[in-house]
Every structure is written in structure tokens, then in C-alpha cells.
Write a protein that binds this ligand. Structure first.
Ligand code: TYD
Length: 222
């Protein structure tokens, strides 16, 4: 298991730290995020806040309705709503929490727009990346939960007791996964999410511990 070795800790002088959890549906990211938040708050001196996108704000609610409906918005409209939802999230919650020195854990962030909206609308992923990073801070680490489509489908069916339209769901997971697979940004850490949840948790915790050590050495040296 490769932990504690990743060099790509996005360097930053901001007080708090930002971590994004990304991956396809069924990758386990939301479960691990909750466990990481409890570990940070209960067993370390750090204060962690968790949040998610799409948010519960007006744009986020509209997006959830549109995603679950059969009549989807156009790719352009969808992308614009995700941008507005994220802008509000960054302004009202993410930046103020980072300024207060908190650790901010995000269940989905702009990497989801790069993956899902590039697939839905054949939009250039780099164009989406530039649009989002124009205002959204780059995470210190982005955990990309890399899971086989069959494992993801099993988790969706058994853990959530939910039977999706298998063929459609499978095709969708395959295309979104390939968009995530192509992503190469320095802050991305790929996590083998086929393992048992306990092992995935230990992997992520290892990276965060290394990051925190590096950050404290860096601030002590200044
Ligand atoms: P959500 O209810 O958060 O599902 P999950 O448990 O899989 O995270 O649904 C969010 C859906 O929105 C999910 O299918 C991914 C999609 N999405 C985008 O298409 N673009 C984005 O920028 C974000 C944040 C999410």
C-alpha cells in the first residue's frame, strides 16, 4: 500500500486546508468522507467541516430536480447552474471556513463538473477546468476514488437497497469513469476504492496525516 509518499501537496499559505472527495457513484467517497470528518474532529486537534455539491442552495436544488427528471437541461444550462451553485458555495462557506483555519471536506467539487458535464455535453474538459478555477480554490488534495464499475454497481444495489436500470447505469458509469481516469492535476491522489472500506479509510487517513505533518513543518520554518 502506497501511503505517505505522494509529493503533490498543493502548496498554500492559507490558514485552513481543503480536501475534495471525487469519483463515480458507488465509489464509497461519501462514506469515507464521514469517517474522516469524525476522525479529525474526535481524535485530532483539527476542526473539520463537511459539505457537498450540488448544494442545498437554490441552484443546487434546481440541479437535483433536473438530474432526477427525464427531461434533462441542456449541457450548457447544466454547466452554468453548477458554476453558479459552486460560486455561492465558495463565497459563503468554503473561503470563510478556510480563513477561519478549518479543514474543509467536500463531497464532489469541480472535478465532477469536468467529468460529468464533459460527457453530457462533449465540452472540452480543460475549458471546464479553467472556468471553475477562475474562482474556486484548488484543493490541497483531491482524493479520486478509483473503483471498478462492477464493484460500484454492487455497492449501489446492496448498500442502498436500490436497483438502478442496470444497462443504462452501467454505460453511464463507464463513460464518467473514463473521464475521471483521464484527469491529471497535481493535487489528485488516486485511491484504490475496490478495497474494503476500512482499508480505503486507512489510505486516505495516511495521506492526510502526511499532509498535516508537511504543513506544520512548512509553517514552523517560516
Ligand atoms: P448526489 O445526490 O450528490 O449523488 P452522489 O451520491 O453520487 O454524489 O448527486 C449528484 C449528481 O450530480 C451526481 O450524479 C453527479 C452530478 N454532478 C455533476 O454532474 N456535476 C457536478 O459538478 C457535480 C458537483 C455533480
Amino acid at each position: 500500500m502506497e501511503t505517505n509518499k505522494h509529493p503533490a501537496f498543493s502548496e498554500s499559505t492559507r490558514k485552513g486546508s481543503l480536501f475534495a472527495f471525487e469519483g463515480i457513484d458507488g465509489s464509497g467517497k461519501s462514506t469515507i468522507l464521514k469517517k474522516i470528518a469524525s476522525w479529525l474532529n474526535d481524535e485530532t486537534q483539527h476542526e473539520a467541516i463537511s459539505s457537498f455539491e450540488p448544494t442545498d442552495g437554490p441552484h443546487g436544488r434546481k440541479l437535483r430536480e433536473a438530474i432526477s427528471s427525464t427531461e434533462r437541461l441542456s449541457a450548457g444550462e447544466e454547466l452554468e447552474l453548477f458554476r453558479l451553485d459552486r460560486l455561492e458555495h465558495v463565497t459563503n462557506l468554503i473561503l470563510p471556513s478556510l480563513d477561519q483555519g478549518m479543514m474543509v471536506l467536500l463531497d464532489r467539487y469541480y472535478y465532477s463538473s469536468i467529468a460529468y458535464q464533459s460527457v453530457h455535453g462533449s465540452i472540452d474538459p480543460e475549458e471546464i477546468h479553467s472556468m471553475m478555477t477562475a474562482f474556486a480554490p484548488t484543493p490541497n488534495l483531491t482524493f479520486l476514488f478509483d473503483v471498478d464499475v462492477d464493484t460500484a454497481l454492487d455497492r449501489i444495489q446492496t448498500l442502498r437497497n436500490h436497483t438502478p436500470d442496470l444497462l443504462e447505469k452501467r454505460e453511464n458509469l463507464v463513460t464518467v469513469k473514463s473521464a475521471f481516469d483521464k484527469m491529471e492535476y497535481p493535487e489528485i491522489v488516486r485511491i484504490d476504492a475496490n478495497e474494503a472500506l476500512e482499508e480505503i479509510f486507512e489510505d486516505v487517513r495516511g495521506y492526510i496525516n502526511s499532509f498535516l505533518r508537511a504543513k506544520s513543518l512548512f509553517s514552523n520554518a517560516r
